[in-house]
Design a protein around this ligand. Structure first.
Ligand SMILES: *Cc1c(COP(=O)(O)O)cnc(C)c1O
Length: 388
């Protein structure tokens, strides 16, 4: 429908969360609204009460974009949301989110009207965007809201800082553009972040010396909120922390009490006893040394549970954790119950969540040797999400 939305009326429909299914064995994701609220309060405390631009890209790090964002939209600490793809921005607005939405990614010209129609903020990073903005402004009768994206050394997106000043001057003098902010991204390299910050603040000072209003300056993602107190600027831009996981090394500082805001769950579909010498799954990686009970869960790496979970992860059933054995296959995971006969078909298993230290996303990350971002973001978007 690209290009036609401008003439359609701007109707926003709230997407209702599906209800929990007590009969379901296949995996699902539970989203914990209280945990999200606690994490927002912790970020606010860590960042000296700066406004929070909540990063909800990549399906809100596994929680479900349209499930998670509406849960925090109403909180005063949340100044707005940030995404990286036009589809995400559109879905977020259509899910009923009312706060500003910043699209930190490339905008193909054809999508511009759809985004303007939904009052999405753009993040320009190249010369030649002014013509598109002028056309959009004419079409909609209002200026295009933007946060100027500056590259201070990440070399991913952003206008390179060394040639940004004339570009900033030109854009800010265009009446078709409303500057809401200016931002950059750190490389999270201990020695280099300060250089990046210096480049960014130098640019901001030069622009401000010319009486240019740049709006909110922002740079700190989750890592910055913990480790770059000099870079909190006017606004912070965390993703990971919102969802209750820690950037590497941050958990050990004991400076925050975050709570994982999702649970990956499924029900046990099979319980069997192996005889000594019998093996488990592809590759026969596990061989029982004595008679051993095992349980099968209908969740695997195609659902987003890491393949490498077999290298030391455990799964919670009731109040006990059981090791993952054999191999995580596309749709199944097998647990060693040992001589514990208490697990039955239909029991609920939690593979990721806040309820035991062994299943915390950071524990999964460490034990499986995968990034904590992958633990969350690789959860299949096809899994149903329920708010609890
Ligand atoms: C993903 C992203 C963030 C959030 O990063 P976290 O490490 O999850 O806090 C912030 N800014 C930009 C530009 C991003 O792409």
């Amino acid at each position: 429908m690209v290009g036609t939305a401008a003439s359609a009326s701007f109707a926003v429909g709230r997407v209702l969360a599906p209800r929990a299914d007590p009969e379901r064995f296949d995996p699902w994701v539970e989203v914990d609204g209280n945990a999200l609220g606690q994490n927002v309060r912790e970020i606010r405390r860590l960042s000296g009460s700066r406004p929070i631009l909540a990063v909800v890209k990549n399906n809100a790090y596994g929680l479900g974009l349209t499930t998670a964002a509406p849960l925090i939209d109403g909180q005063d600490a949340i100044a707005g949301f940030a995404v990286v793809k036009p589809d995400q921005a559109i879905a977020l607005r259509d899910a009923g989110v009312t706060k500003p939405i910043l699209l930190m990614g490339y905008v193909p010209e054809a999508v511009g009207p759809e985004l303007m129609h939904r009052e999405i903020e753009f993040a320009p990073f190249s010369e030649g965007v002014d013509a598109m903005y002028a056309a959009l402004s004419r079409q909609f009768g209002r200026p295009v809201p933007v946060h100027l994206y500056i590259d201070t050394g990440m070399a991913r997106l952003g206008m390179p800082a060394h040639r940004a000043l004339p570009w900033v001057v030109a854009l800010t003098s265009q009446p078709e553009i409303a500057i809401r902010g200016m931002f950059t991204t750190f490389t999270e390299d201990a020695d280099f972040d300060d250089d990046q910050l210096a480049r960014f603040t130098a640019l901001a000072s030069q622009a401000r010396a010319m009486e240019i209003d740049l709006g909110y300056l922002h740079a700190a993602s989750s890592h910055g909120v913990f480790f770059r107190p000099n870079a909190l600027l006017d606004m912070v831009r965390p993703g990971l922390l919102l969802y209750g996981a820690y950037p590497s090394g941050a958990k050990e500082t004991g400076r925050a009490n975050l709570r994982p805001a999702l649970r990956l769950k499924a029900r046990v579909v099979r319980v069997e006893q192996l005889a000594a010498g019998e093996s488990v799954s592809y590759g026969r990686n596990y061989v029982a040394s004595k008679p051993t009970w095992i349980a099968t869960l209908p969740v695997g790496h195609a659902d987003g549970y890491p393949r490498r979970a077999v290298e030391g992860c455990e799964v919670l059933i009731d109040d006990r954790v059981y090791p993952v054995i054999g191999a995580v296959s596309a749709s199944h995971t097998i647990l060693e119950l040992g001589d514990d006969p208490s697990v039955s078909v239909g029991d609920v298993a939690t593979l990721i969540g806040p309820d035991h230290p062994a299943i915390h996303p950071n524990a999964i990350s460490e034990r499986a040797g995968v990034s904590v971002y992958d633990v969350l973001m690789h959860l299949s978007s096809a899994l149903p999400r329920w708010v609890v």
